[in-house]
Design a protein around this ligand. Structure first.
Ligand SMILES: Nc1ncnc2c1ncn2[C@@H]1O[C@H](COP(=O)(O)OP(=O)(O)O)[C@@H](O)[C@H]1O
Ligand SMILES: [Mg+2]
Length: 141
């Protein structure tokens, strides 16, 4: 477990296909070479591709994690996180994109507040729309 709270790096843009995921994966490779425990959180909730690009599709995703958290079934992050190598873990976007809109902002916030205690770096891959939507939702929740 990391001694200090993780640094959080968010890669985003207003447009798709601008190289967000490529940037995140390259940063992860660099951080891994630096032996920093890194988790990629794929918050491109409707078209996340990190797990597919790393070929680590094991069916676990952030939607299942949020559902289990909400229903008191959550035990530990390792049940929901796919491992790429000794330093890089991935919390995948919803396997079924229809579940993207069912994820509540407050659970993303809870998840991140716990992940910062377990990693050196959190890399977030997300589209601006997700951030804006989640912020608007948070105002009303
Ligand atoms: N620096 C770059 N130069 C050229 N092509 C790039 C660069 N970064 C990404 N690409 C290509 O652009 C496409 C979209 O990249 P991707 O990282 O999936 O974008 P996003 O995650 O923003 O949708 C991919 O085919 C990727 O290989
Ligand atoms: Mg992408």
């Amino acid at each position: 477990m990391a001694l200090n709270k993780a640094k959080v790096i968010t890669v985003t843009s207003v447009k798709g296909g601008t190289g967000k995921t490529t940037t995140v994966l390259n940063l992860a490779g660099f951080l891994s070479a630096m032996k920093l425990r890194t988790i990629i959180v794929d918050l491109d909730l409707y078209s996340g591709s990190v797990a597919a690009m790393l070929n680590i599709n094991d069916g676990s995703d952030i939607y299942t994690l949020c559902e289990d958290y909400m229903n008191n079934r959550f035990n530990q992050f390792s049940d929901y996180v796919a491992k790429y190598n000794d330093y890089i873990d991935v919390l995948a976007a919803p396997v079924d994109p229809r579940n993207g809109s069912k994820i509540k902002a407050k659970y993303i916030s809870i998840i991140l507040s716990r992940l910062v205690l377990q990693y050196d770096v959190i890399l977030i891959d997300t589209i601006m729309k997700t951030i804006v939507n989640q912020m608007l939702k948070m105002r009303w929740e």
